[in-house]
Design a protein around this ligand. Structure first.
Ligand code: ADP
Ligand code: MG
Length: 729
């Protein structure tokens, strides 16, 4: 009878109930699961170290035999097992030591050829080997890279070795367990990859590093290929839902864009032009756009959003823009309005009028109706032709009714706001485009809510710069546009890593900046001191607020902001700070999102080593938004220089910093990615951009070729399994 990867383990290998239960508990249930318990490292046992070449403090692999063994008790009652090992070539004797390893003395094979691998220790001129791993030497197993398996509670690496190599792999070799290819063979051939069965066999006992790498690559490709397929099917699914609301394809009008560009106070960057072009190309298709626009803080995403909106509203559809907080939404709204007002001043909309006839019928009376509750801090200019509106939870009563009514009857072309826009009573006449800013805060559920409003085109904007390859993995169901350059003439934010001894200098510097009329942020890792257990040297925002406001800057106005405050309170403080009512804002990471305070020139980050580089970069982006030279100081609690933090001094490029973060701390640490749920990958090295793109292209080719999963059942299974794991994530 043939078994497959999905056969329960106990059908193909023998094991005790105790082991069975422990494996189940750790989700090792099927043949596939055990095969995926990959070696954690390999030992090159093809060349043994002889006595003369033993290296201290390093792993050595020796061939020889044990000639005697004894046990000893130390003074504090520790058990030591000591054995004499005779090395094969030199015939010299080396002492091996195990600590508290009861029983070793009984099971150690004496006078038999064995391989041992162990760290060597040199003390008082004598070499000893610590806690060696012992394997019988058969002559045969000396070839290749010996696999060392990760242990799992009481299950030893030897147990895994025996079960995998003596019971599982032989059945794969003789065909009793069938391992079909998941990736269609023509892709394997195209990229010179191994068949799955071969790759798995190699991975569990490679001949050499080159074949190991090839096996890893082959399995990584499979993993990525499947992941991309899942993403593409998801994209298709979403587009199908969106499609039902039907926005007609909009032909690309280059003339219109050029004309609009002439109304701008600056020339768009190349990156902006490319992103805009990519969006306009999407509008020409009969399937709705699903695009992610990634761009560092200040890269000019608002203009791209504006250009995405233009063709949509000129066709008579509506557009909406959503941001996670009221203050951010308002900022974005004003940014868009500014573009529109300027374009109107220059008669742009006279030339390109909106296709729909019924527009702005009631605009006069609505202007009169205008409730002023939100205009005290943000002056909103009303534009004539294009009607824009702002909606958030705090807009209630008549004003809200009025907005909803005009929205339903197509008298509003652009609605900006918070998630309040997603609520059921908000009904569009014909929504053509939805833009969401700061996407990592925008959950899947919210996205679906938006889809229920039948938004055909969808643009997510994110200020989290992540490497393209990673974006493909994390947001595979979207096309990607990247703003990889900042507008020219931006001043660098001078960045310095500071140790405790430099604190006073910084404080004097801040005072000087305040004297010049500027403002400063101070970011602390914790809210209260009670959180700091185990991190006694970390400063809490409350402590720091008291210290700064009463001791250091008693003559200045200091405010405090943290995530435990109510959203309304937070917004109020942020606005007051923006309006220069405070000189210094002491805050936790809540300021990470893009609130614009052009007058702030100093960013101090306490306990900087606690943050990832991409998050530090986000903080830094809070300053340098005006015309004044700006500074970022990274304080860290250790007295030595911190190399990771030093990277902040040398680069202002968020993509580079994210890439470094990824190398040093792993993908999970990339700011914002945790929230967006990066899939769990076993094999795929996320750094290898080329392979990721190969896998993506292959998945696209597979779908375009019209090939169905039904004719590739192993692939179908893999896709289903991946889907399931993504849902449960
Ligand atoms: P983001 O949202 O990507 O952080 P914004 O859209 O807020 O960035 O733009 C930041 C600032 O740069 C704004 O003041 C905007 O007017 C300006 N800006 C945008 N594009 C350009 C450009 N091509 N040249 C000069 N300034 C630009
Ligand atoms: Mg922005």
């Amino acid at each position: 009878m043939h078994h497959t990867l999905l056969t329960p383990l106990d059908k193909v290998i023998k094991m005790a109930k105790k082991h069975y239960d422990e494996l189940q508990k750790n989700n090792i249930v099927t043949v596939q699961d055990l095969l995926s318990h990959f070696p954690r490292e390999y030992e090159d046992r093809s060349h043994f170290t002889d006595f003369a070449n033993i290296r201290a403090d390093q792993k050595n692999i020796l061939l020889g035999e044990f000639i005697s063994v004894r046990t000893e008790k130390t003074r504090n009652n520790f058990l030591l097992v000591k054995a004499q090992f005779r090395e094969n070539t030199s015939k010299k004797i080396i002492e091996c030591v195990w600590f508290n390893a009861r029983g070793i003395d009984k099971t150690l094979p004496l006078h038999q050829k064995v391989m041992i691998s162990a760290k060597a220790k040199l003390s008082y001129g004598k070499i000893s080997l610590q806690t060696p791993n012992v394997q019988k030497y058969t002559g045969e197993s000396s070839e290749g890279l010996f696999p060392i398996y990760p242990t799992l509670s009481f299950i030893t690496e030897k147990w895994f070795f025996r079960k995998i190599h003596e019971e599982l792999l032989p059945q794969i070799k003789n065909g009793n367990i069938n391992i079909p290819n998941v990736v269609p063979t023509h892709f394997l051939e195209k990229y010179n990859l191994l068949h799955k069965k071969e790759a798995l066999l190699i991975l569990h006992y490679p001949k050499d590093k080159i074949s190991l790498q090839k096996a890893q690559e082959s399995l990584a490709f499979e993993e990525l290929f499947v992941l991309q397929l899942v993403s593409l099917y998801k994209k298709q699914h979403i587009q199908n839902i969106q499609h039902t609301s039907g926005v007609e394809p909009i032909p690309l009008n280059a003339e219109l864009m050029k004309d609009f560009f002439t109304t701008l106070p600056f020339t768009p960057t190349n990156a902006q032009k490319i992103a805009i072009f990519e969006i306009l190309k999407d509008y020409e298709k009969s399937v709705p756009m699903q695009r992610l626009l990634e761009g560092d803080v200040g890269s000019g995403k608002t203009l791209v959003a504006m250009c995405a909106i233009l063709p949509i509203i000129l066709q008579g559809y509506q557009a909406c823009i959503i941001a996670p907080t009221e203050i951010l939404a308002k900022q974005l709204f004003l940014g868009i309005q500014k573009f529109i007002t300027e374009a109107e001043k220059q008669n742009f909309f006279k030339k390109y009028s909106i296709t729909t006839k019924e527009n702005s019928k009631n605009s006069k009376e609505n202007t009169d109706n205008k409730n002023n509750e939100n205009t005290t801090l943000f002056e909103c200019e009303e534009s004539e032709g294009i009607q824009t509106e702002f909606l958030s939870g705090s807009i209630k009563g008549k004003k809200r009714e009025n907005i909803l009514e005009r929205l339903r009857t197509n008298q509003i072309q652009i609605l900006a706001g918070t998630h309040a826009l997603l609520e059921d009573p908000v009904v569009f006449h014909h929504l053509g485009l939805a833009i969401v800013d700061e996407q990592h805060r925008f959950g899947v559920m919210q996205r679906e809510k938006l889809l229920q409003k039948a938004s055909p085109h969808f643009l997510q904007m994110s200020a989290t710069p992540i490497p393209r390859s990673l974006a493909i993995i994390a947001f595979g169901d979207m096309d990607l546009s990247v703003l990889n350059e900042l507008p020219p003439g931006r001043q660098e934010i001078e960045t310095k890593v500071i140790t405790e001894s430099g604190r006073r200098t910084i404080e004097l510097f801040i005072d000087d900046q305040i004297e010049k009329g500027r403002q400063a942020f101070v970011i602390c890792p914790l809210v209260e001191t009670s959180e700091s257990e185990g991190f006694e040297d970390l400063r809490s925002v409350e402590e720091e607020f008291i210290r700064l406001s009463t001791h250091i800057f008693p003559h200045r106005k200091v405010a405090i902001l943290h995530g435990k405050m109510k959203p309304k309170e937070k917004d109020a403080i942020m606005l007051d700070f923006k309006n220069k009512k405070y000189n210094i804002l002491v805050a936790t990471s809540v300021v990470e999102v893009g609130v614009d305070v052009p007058n702030a020139t100093v960013m101090v980050i306490e306990g900087a080593e606690r943050f990832g580089l991409s998050q530090l970069h986000q903080f830094r982006g809070r300053v340098g938004r005006g015309n004044h030279k700006s500074y970022c100081f990274l304080l860290h609690t250790k007295s030595y220089r911190n190399e990771r933090l030093s990277a902040m001094e040398t680069t202002q490029n968020g993509f580079e910093l994210a890439e470094m973060d990824m190398k040093i701390r792993g993908t999970g640490e990339i700011f914002g990615l945790k929230q967006s749920g990066i899939p769990d990958l076993k094999m795929a090295n996320l750094m290898d951009g080329r392979k990721i793109i190969d896998a993506k292209e292959s998945a696209e080719e597979f779908i375009q070729s019209g090939d169905s999963l039904e004719s590739h059942l192993p692939l179908k299974d893999a896709v289903e399994a991946r889907k399931k794991s993504m849902v449960s994530q």
